[in-house]
Design a protein around this ligand. Structure first.
Ligand code: NAI
Ligand code: HPV
Length: 467
């Protein structure tokens, strides 16, 4: 990973324009920006025509994103506004209006309704794995790139699940609650070793496969079901259907994303298909298990225990309970059941994971803001060029996001044709395309006109010039 502090310094030319377009020197003190850019997005106000330096970049961080991220952003000279929790919708709409980047975790929903108000937003950072909380398609069509951390908390989740397998098998939660409330209850009935038992993993991606290795090391047999064919690690075996997995597993654990296909992936028929006395673990998303159906299966004695880390409606901040959201109508019954472990979405909540995610996602955002590099974006064409050649006189990087239709490249290159094109790279993803071009021999007085011509092209979504 490149040192984030180096990123801005690759753009050493200290120039900017004021609103009348005349040239100004920008301070190059270590805490200030070296970067100048024109920036706008198609639906944004004319205010965005005012160029800014990195010191003008505003970052909104929600949900207690790790301090490592704040350090990375502050080292760039960005302005950072930080909140420990997610924000209510109305407040979020207010806060998101002016910012260039927003950092969230799994709780904050960035819907079309909210993103519509984000007039200057260039990039979203999900400081977690899941990106289901963001309207990725609307973001892409609005020229907003979204990044996440694909695996920095995978190990933390896998370790939590290992702990839960043993905790359920030995009824540790119940024994602990009993003794905390004064009852000595020494039992071995229906308490098991996990050695030799079968773990069924649904979703054999980063987390599922990591868990597979740990579970085998403890003597479990591992089978897994995934919609794609994936290489088996160790002695684990892929099965052809979810039903086969459910019929064979003593423990079923879910590691799939929240999609339309995974909604209620485990419901009444699936619980019925499972072994009598099997256990269920869900640390994926709250939509994946039909909790009322789970409650019924547990009350009937079919399922011997469950560990849930995620819920359909999670509280916005610490201190609130599951009961505080009336949509969680199942909460009371769930809490009354024995051998149920309920955790507040802490699968990825370790010091190691959070600090790694903080650095990884903030660095990706910084590279995108400062260089236009979109490699790793989850919703966006992936484009990068090597560093802008600073020895090259009067070079400018043109970042141009547009609708993916024929003829755009011709139009743009016509506009750029008075300059030497040093490097150019384009990529498309669905309806959106992203063109990055380094041009040289640009007289500084031409930049504004170049920008305005690009802005007037018919299929433009957003234009930024870095120089
Ligand atoms: N509890 C927590 O704190 C955390 C929860 N998560 C959740 O765990 C999920 C999985 O994370 P990763 O393993 O990193 O994701 P991943 O993308 O590496 O793996 C997901 C796997 O699920 C498979 N899959 C998708 N749809 C499926 C279906 N209908 N049936 C069977 N398999 C299906 C995919 O092919 C893929 O192999 C994330 O999407 C996130 O929602 C992730 C991190 C922390
Ligand atoms: O990484 C994920 O997808 C998670 O679910 C973890 O979410 P969090 O960062 O704890 O809000």
């Amino acid at each position: 990973m490149s040192n984030p502090q180096d990123i801005a310094s690759t753009f050493k030319r200290a120039m900017s324009f004021n609103e009348s377009g005349s040239q100004n020197a920008v301070s190059t003190s270590p805490t200030q920006s070296y970067l100048s850019q024109y920036n706008t997005l198609s639906h944004k106000t004319s205010k965005a025509l005012k160029p800014f330096s990195t010191g003008d970049i505003k970052i909104l961080l929600l949900e207690n994103v790790n301090a490592t991220a704040i350090d990375v952003f502050k080292n760039q000279g960005y302005q950072v506004e930080f909140y420990k929790s997610s924000l209510p919708e109305e407040e979020l709409i207010e806060k998101i209006r002016d910012v260039h980047a927003v950092g969230i975790r799994s709780k904050t929903k960035l819907t079309e309704k909210i993103l519509k108000h984000a007039k200057n937003l260039v990039v979203v950072g999900c400081f977690c794995i899941g990106t289901n909380q963001v309207d990725l398609e609307y973001a892409a069509k609005s020229g907003i790139a979204v990044f996440n951390s694909p695996f920095s908390n995978s190990r933390s989740v896998a370790e939590l699940v290992i702990a839960e397998i043993i905790t359920l098998a030995r009824q540790l939660g119940d024994r602990s609650i009993e003794l905390h409330t004064g009852t000595w209850n020494k039992v071995s009935a229906k308490c098991w070793e996990i050695r030799g038992k079968t773990l069924g993993i649904v979703g054999y991606g980063h987390i599922g496969s990591q868990l597979s290795v740990l579970a085998e090391a403890m003597g479990m047999n591992v089978i897994y079901y995934d919609v794609t064919m994936i290489m088996a690690l160790g002695n684990s075996k892929q099965v052809d259907t979810l039903d086969e997995l459910l019929q064979r597993a003593d423990f079923v654990t879910l590691h799939v994303p929240a999609t339309a296909e995974t909604k209620n992936l485990l419901s009444t028929p699936q619980f019925a298909a499972m072994k009598d006395g099997a256990y269920v673990i869900n640390a994926s998303r709250g939509t994946v298990v039909d909790i009322p159906a789970l409650v019924e299966a547990m009350k009937a004695g079919k399922i011997a225990g469950a560990a849930l880390d995620v819920y359909p409606h999670e509280p916005a901040k610490n201190g609130e309970g599951l009961f505080s959201n009336e949509l969680n109508g199942f909460a009371e019954e769930l809490c009354s059941l024995r051998n149920v472990i309920l955790t507040p979405h802490i699968g990825g909540s370790t010091e190691e994971a959070q600090s790694a995610i903080g650095i990884e996602v903030s660095s990706a955002l910084t590279k995108y803001i400062n260089e236009g590099n979109s490699i790793g974006a989850v919703n966006f064409p992936e484009v990068a060029l090597r560093d802008l050649d600073l020895d090259q006189a009067n070079s400018v990087r043109v970042l141009y996001i547009h609708q993916n239709v024929p003829g755009v490249l011709k139009t743009v290159n016509n506009i750029l044709s008075n300059h030497n094109i040093e490097k150019q790279f384009t990529d498309s993803r669905g309806d959106v395309a992203y063109l990055m071009t380094d041009i040289s021999d640009v007289d500084i007085s031409d930049i504004k006109s170049l920008y305005e011509q690009l802005e007037q092209t018919p299929y433009k979504i957003a234009t930024r010039l870095l120089y």
